[in-house]
Design a protein around this ligand. Structure first.
Ligand code: FES
Length: 156
């Protein structure tokens, strides 16, 4: 690398310990969250009162580092725009993210946590609150509503 070259995340390679070789459970319990990798993919280990979970380390919205997010019950909240992922399934529970994060199988042996493969992708359960129904009212927030008002004002 020479002066003027840009350093990119791709050049840096995945960070943290190789989770296929295991990390000490005591270290994870002390930190609460830990970023490691499986091959070239960064994986976030989470120790919560519900257990140990392994998920993709970056938000599917704008790639925020989820290690800086907040774990509340079974959810992980992105530090940038506050979407929310289910740490059991990876499902995006709240916008702006629409795509799930990966979930990994966690093993424990001899005081170490191991991560070696992803869970098979599971189709998210259909949302039933509005399934098959057309809403009676729609609220447009932001420039969209202003555009509607101004376009009505200029329409003959
Ligand atoms: S980067 Fe996570 S919600 Fe935008």
């Amino acid at each position: 690398m020479t002066y003027g070259d840009e350093w990119t995340e791709d050049q840096a390679g995945p960070s943290g310990p190789d989770l296929t070789q295991g990390v000490a459970f005591a270290e994870l319990a002390r930190c609460g969250k830990l970023v490691g990798h499986v091959c070239e993919e960064e994986v976030l280990l989470i120790h919560s009162e519900k257990g140990v979970f392994a998920v993709g380390a970056h938000c599917t919205h704008y790639h925020a580092p989820l290690v800086d997010g907040l774990v509340v019950d079974h959810s992980l909240r992105c530090p940038w725009h506050h979407d929310c992922f289910d740490i059991h399934t990876g499902e995006a529970l709240r916008a702006p993210a629409l795509d799930p994060i990966a979930c990994w199988v966690v093993g424990q042996r001899d005081g170490k946590i191991f991560v070696q493969r992803k869970h098979e992708a599971v189709a998210p359960a259909p949302r039933t609150a509005t399934s098959g129904k057309t809403p009676e009212n729609i609220v447009i927030v932001g420039g969209g509503a202003d555009w509607v008002r101004s376009s009505r004002a200029t329409t003959p």
